[in-house]
Every structure is written in structure tokens, then in C-alpha cells.
Ligand binder design. Structure first.
Ligand code: AMP
Ligand code: MG
Length: 408
């Protein structure tokens, strides 16, 4: 047994990130394929947005000074401006035009009155008091100005970012090269789907769990299947992955059991940079390198594997993929019920975040917290983070919550 002190979660993450450089390389990607990708270069606006003064309403454009302070005013209707079909005149005193949302507001006009507030009689309109000069007009550059950096390199591309790129007339952009990530499960007891289970066997669930979680990020995932608890097989898998992968992720075989060879082989043919972290669940996590390939040996229990993946592997992959560092969203929420914990390691308990009857957020534990319990993972939509020195939390106490975004 190692008597070395455990490495704190914060120190482990800092040390891991300090060993990772963003990958070189970018590819031109059609916008419709770019969602989730990382933008490889800044996008600058070639023009103002909106490009012209336009109407925020369907209604009538006029001069603000023609609005009645009290009583009513009647104006001549002299033309129309539709979206994509501007009116090319200039408005004179006492005149108005029909205008639609998004249509150019013509010279001379500075105000749009919504159609519901106007009485129309042929070529004349009548407007009551109570309007403001300038209302319902959208100005050039309100969204962004020519030359503005509308998206910075390193931005993760979601729907809003892709719409911004489309708004400057692009149909393809440069995205960063996606890290190539090899993944395998290790353990003599693990079986593939549809295989008969012998005594002591279980089906491999970690590859399904971890692969699905990894798919949140822009990655090329290579599935290496199940590896037996066998020195030679582990060694061959490591050597093979080191040929093509930017990262290898294994699960199982990193504790101190008789058949736990992962760390030993890593030590033999690569470098162990960290092993054993003050985290629960997930203490035996191993991190290191096989040549240029970064290596994570996650613990075998599914919940431990998932939590260490979220806390260490995903941040490392984000950095490798060139994404802006983005600490996960965490906030304090009052606890419902009690949670128990022993002082020592930082604990990530599975929780359920919800709104109480008054609409305020509240969080409770899922009950049994064993790191082999997939059903309790399936109930959870957040992690409750209890600090190292804590010995638990009581009903009503604020606790730190990290939502699992895709489970909310
Ligand atoms: P290990 O870290 O190899 O000692 O594994 C710890 C526990 O996790 C054992 O009960 C294993 O059977 C279980 N385990 C390991 N790998 C997997 C996997 N891929 N799927 C499901 N359970 C696993
Ligand atoms: Mg094992």
C-alpha cells in the first residue's frame, strides 16, 4: 500500500492541464457540420448589423415631430417599405408610409407606430397621443459594428455562434483539429453485449457511459474494446494507441489489486505523472504519458469513472482541442435532507436539483451513493461537491452543486 499522501483535486487538475498543449491544425468545416466544434480563428464583422435602419414592427413610419402631443393627427400615406423592398423616397412633413418588420426606415422618418395603434382610411392615417418620437426603430450596428470581433478563436460553436457566422455571409468556417481519443475497458470479468456471462462475469458498461459522455466534445473516438487483465495485452494496447491517438483512456485495473497492471505498465513504457487523488469516488485515477499520447487510467467502478472523466479528462480534452478554459458552472443550493461524509477527500455525491413549491432551487442526494450503482447515476442530474474537511451537510445548509447539463 502506498503511504504517499493523496494529491488534492485542485493540484491534480492544475498539474494535468500544465502538461497539455492545444493540438496544431485546423479544418474548413461547413456550418451545418460545425456545431460543437472549436473555432480556429477570430471572426471579424465585415459590415454593421443591422446594416440599415429598420422597423421593429409592422406599422407606419413617420416623422416624430408630426406626432400629436394631445388629440389626434392625420397624415398622408405616400408609399410602402417592405423587407427587402425599400421605399426610395424621403419623407416630408405630414407624410407617412406603410412599413413592415425588418424593412428599411426611409430618410426623413425616425419613428414607427405599430399598426394596431393607427386608424387607416384609404390614403390617410390617424394617430392618437401617447407615442414617443424614435420608437420601434432599430439602428445600424446595434448588434455589432463593422470591424468588431464577433467570435474569438477558441469559442465552442453552438447554435448562436453558428447564426453569427451565417449573419456575416459565411457557409463554412475553420475549426480546430479534433483530438483523437482511444478508449478501452479492462478486466477479465467484462463481457461484450450478447456474449453469455460465466460465473463472476458482468457486461462492460463503462465504454457506453464514457463514450456517451465524451461525445459532448468535438472528438474522434476510437473504441479499442475490452482488454484482459494481462500484462502483454495491456502493453500491446498501450503501444498501439501511442502510434495514433492523442489520448488513451482506460477504465479499471488502476487500484492496488493483484490484477491491476495499468499503472505498472504505464510506468514501464511511459511516464506516470499522477496517481491517487484525494477524491471520492475515484481515488486511484492514474495520469501520465505514452510518448506523445496523454494517458488517463480511470477507476473501474462506473460512477468513479464518470466523475473522474468529468473532473479531469474533459478539461484536459477541452484544452487539447484549443477551447477557451471554462470552469464548470457551480453554485450554492440549499440541501434537502442530510448527507454524510468522512473528512479527508473531496466528495462528489450524486444529487437531484429541482425547484421547490415557491420556485426556489433545492437539491437532495439520490440516496445510496455506492460507486457501482448505475441506477442512482440515472436518477441524478447534478453532483453535490462536499469539501475535503467537511464531515457532511445538514438539511437546509447551502451546498455546492455542479449541474450535469445534459441530464437537466
Ligand atoms: P477495478 O478498478 O478493475 O478493480 O474495478 C472496480 C470495479 O469496477 C469492479 O467491480 C469491476 O468489475 C467494475 N468494473 C470495471 N470495469 C468495468 C466496466 N467496464 N463496466 C462495468 N463495471 C466495471
Ligand atoms: Mg479490474
Amino acid at each position: 500500500m502506498s503511504k504517499q499522501p493523496l494529491i488534492s483535486v485542485d493540484e491534480a487538475l492544475t498539474r494535468i492541464l500544465s502538461t497539455i498543449d492545444p493540438l496544431i491544425g485546423k479544418q474548413r468545416t461547413p456550418l451545418h457540420d460545425a456545431r460543437g466544434g472549436i473555432l480556429a480563428e477570430d471572426l471579424l464583422a465585415p459590415c454593421d448589423q443591422p446594416p440599415h435602419r429598420n422597423s421593429a414592427m409592422d406599422g407606419y413610419a413617420l416623422r416624430g415631430e408630426d406626432l400629436p402631443a394631445e388629440g389626434k393627427a392625420t397624415l398622408d400615406l405616400v408609399g410602402r417599405s417592405f423587407a427587402g423592398e425599400p421605399w426610395d423616397g424621403a419623407l416630408q412633413a405630414g407624410q407617412s408610409i406603410r412599413i413592415m418588420t425588418g424593412a428599411v426606415v426611409p430618410d426623413g422618418a425616425d419613428t414607427v407606430i405599430m399598426q394596431e395603434r393607427v386608424e387607416r382610411d384609404g390614403d390617410r392615417i390617424t394617430i392618437g397621443a401617447g407615442h414617443q418620437a424614435g420608437e420601434n426603430v432599430r439602428h445600424p450596428g446595434e448588434d455589432y459594428r463593422r470591424g468588431d470581433r464577433i467570435l474569438a478563436a477558441g469559442t465552442r460553436l453552438g447554435s448562436a455562434e453558428l447564426a453569427l457566422a451565417a449573419s456575416i455571409g459565411l457557409d463554412a468556417i475553420y475549426t480546430r483539429r479534433r483530438p483523437r481519443v482511444a478508449i478501452c475497458s479492462t478486466g477479465d470479468e467484462l463481457k461484450l453485449a450478447n456474449a453469455p456471462l460465466g460465473p463472476g462475469d458482468i457486461y462492460d458498461s463503462n465504454r457506453a457511459l464514457l463514450t456517451a459522455e465524451l461525445r459532448q466534445l468535438p472528438l474522434e473516438i476510437i473504441d479499442l474494446g475490452i482488454i484482459a487483465d494481462d500484462r502483454e495485452q495491456v502493453r500491446r494496447t498501450f503501444e498501439q494507441a501511442a502510434q495514433f491517438a492523442d489520448m488513451l483512456i482506460t477504465s479499471g485495473g488502476v487500484s492496488v489489486g493483484e490484477a491491476d497492471y495499468i499503472k505498472e505498465i504505464l510506468d514501464e513504457i511511459g511516464q506516470v505523472e499522477l496517481w491517487r487523488i484525494a477524491i471520492k469516488p475515484g481515488k486511484p485515477l492514474a495520469y501520465g504519458a505514452l510518448g506523445k499520447t496523454r494517458f488517463f487510467g480511470l477507476p473501474g467502478n462506473p460512477v468513479s469513472a464518470l466523475i473522474t472523466l468529468r473532473q479531469f479528462v474533459l478539461p484536459a480534452l477541452k484544452r487539447m482541442g484549443g477551447a477557451h478554459p471554462h470552469p464548470p458552472l457551480r453554485f450554492l443550493v440549499p440541501l434537502k435532507g442530510d448527507l454524510r461524509k468522512r473528512p479527508g477527500r473531496r466528495e462528489y455525491q450524486r444529487g437531484i436539483l429541482a425547484a421547490d413549491d415557491s420556485g426556489a432551487p433545492v437539491v437532495r442526494g439520490v440516496g445510496a451513493q455506492g460507486s457501482h450503482l448505475l441506477t442512482s447515476l440515472a436518477k441524478a442530474n447534478c453532483l453535490i461537491i462536499l469539501p475535503e474537511e467537511s464531515s457532511g451537510a445538514q438539511d437546509g445548509e447551502p451546498v455546492l452543486v455542479e449541474p450535469m447539463g445534459d441530464r437537466l
